[in-house]
Design a protein around this ligand. Structure first.
Ligand SMILES: Cc1cc2nc3c(=O)[nH]c(=O)nc-3n(C[C@H](O)[C@H](O)[C@H](O)COP(=O)(O)OP(=O)(O)OC[C@H]3O[C@@H](n4cnc5c(N)ncnc54)[C@H](O)[C@@H]3O)c2cc1C
Length: 377
């Protein structure tokens, strides 16, 4: 699973510290539209490199090999990570989201920190999550997890001058302490370990299967005023509306992560030769709504998400004034001609990609569906 991941960006828990997975790519070996094997690098074919990394996956060539620059533990000694689990409650979620919002609003916030906040409603939908198998986390007599908040917090020294001191510890402590409710057993500690071990704390280690259908959303914002719009309180109230058992078995699973700040490597990597859009993102929020497999439940899930769209996005939106989406988390209309503004920074970029597609795919060989940059010949 790399061909699509690299082309759609590869947004992960290391975003602020290290940027996108695509930012590590050095060379792409492709089969071109006429069957030629070609190695593409930023230096040898800057336009092709640009189009392949951020254009629209699958529409510029068939990737056969990717060469990327790995990060080595020895360069990042002293890294810390913390995975904390709380029972879900409005107050608990708002409290930690407010910490995330502070980061998003502080343009000077240090590159060293990453923070992701995941909410899992009744966890039956999310097979594969690496949660401890202990009775206190489960609904009595049912083999499903109670609604919970799972926090991934990470600090990594990105330069030799970075040291882990009281200020850094205080950041973790603030997340860990002062919550309402009992954090769960032993996971809530700051672990000092090599990055190669810390990243394993963020992985789903088991096979991941979704047992029920879902209506998905991934929203981006470049806002630095989320505290003023009351976004954290609003998100928690939207989750409150369906948390726990309900008639259509609507259950949310969300992943909210901060990417912003002038020092964030995700931001710094803008204009690095890739074409991935929305490098001004401060927060990325994936909010999926699982539901029972029937039409009524589907409509209920759509309706819940529609309300999130209407209240969250737009001129008076709690989250973003502009509707910004990611290629890896698309939803709604899949005809790119209607929605390209949601996926690409601006018309200039979209049309440049269209012209490149005209060159790299002149006969429409790579046209699997309408979710593609329109070819300009
Ligand atoms: C549950 C879930 C969680 C996810 N979480 C994240 C996340 O946190 N961050 C993130 O960035 N993404 C996430 N994704 C999205 C994921 O990265 C994308 O779906 C990605 O495209 C998957 O990569 P793939 O190689 O499996 O591509 P596929 O799903 O197989 O294909 C996606 C597209 O890429 C094209 N493609 C794939 N391989 C090649 C190739 N070799 N040559 C040319 N074109 C190719 C396909 O034609 C298709 O258009 C998630 C997806 C799921 C289902």
């Amino acid at each position: 699973m790399l061909g699509g991941h690299a082309q759609s960006g590869g947004w992960g828990m290391l975003g602020r510290s290290f940027g996108l997975f695509a930012d590590t790519v050095k060379a792409l070996e492709i089969i071109t539209h006429d069957g030629t094997e070609l190695e593409v690098t930023k230096e040898s074919n800057p336009d092709m490199f640009y189009a392949l990394l951020g254009g629209s996956p699958g529409n510029f060539g068939v990737l056969t090999h990717i060469t990327f620059t790995p990060f080595h533990d020895e360069q990042y000694k002293g890294s810390r990570g913390m995975k904390a689990i709380y029972n879900y409650s409005h107050a608990n979620l708002k409290r930690v989201l407010d910490i995330l919002v502070e980061m998003a609003e502080d343009d000077a916030f240090s590159r060293n920190f990453d923070l992701g906040i995941n909410c899992l409603d009744l966890g039956a939908s999310l097979g594969g999550h690496s949660l401890p198998d202990i009775p206190e986390l489960k609904v009595p007599e049912l083999d499903i997890y109670k609604p919970m908040i799972v926090i991934y917090a990470q600090w990594v020294p990105t330069s030799p001058n970075d040291t882990f001191g009281t200020k850094e510890q205080a950041w973790f402590d603030r997340i860990l302490k002062g919550h309402f409710g009992i954090p769960i057993f032993g996971l809530n500690e700051v672990v000092k370990a090599p990055m190669s071990k810390i990243v394993q704390m963020w992985l789903f280690k088991k096979h991941r299967e979704f047992n029920t259908p879902y209506v998905k959303r991934t929203y981006l914002t470049s806002s630095t005023t989320l505290s003023k719009t009351g976004w954290s309180d609003w998100v928690a109230s939207r989750f409150d509306a369906i948390v726990g058992f309900n008639s259509n078995s609507l259950h949310f699973v969300s992943q909210i992560q901060v990417f912003g700040g002038a020092k964030s490597q995700f931001r710094v990597n803008a204009n690095n030769g890739t074409s991935h859009s929305w490098r001004d993102t401060t927060v990325c929020a994936t909010i999926d709504c699982f539901h029972e497999d029937n039409e009524i439940a589907r409509e209920a899930a759509e309706s819940w998400q529609h309300k999130n769209d209407v209240e969250g996005i737009g001129a008076n939106g709690k989250f973003s004034k502009v509707d910004k989406r990611v290629l890896w988390g698309s939803y709604g209309d899949w005809n790119m001609e209607n929605v390209w503004q949601c996926y690409y920074d601006d018309k200039e970029k979209y049309e440049k990609l269209g012209r490149l597609r005209g060159k790299m795919d002149p006969d429409g060989v790579f046209t699997p569906n309408p979710f593609s940059v329109k070819r300009i010949l």
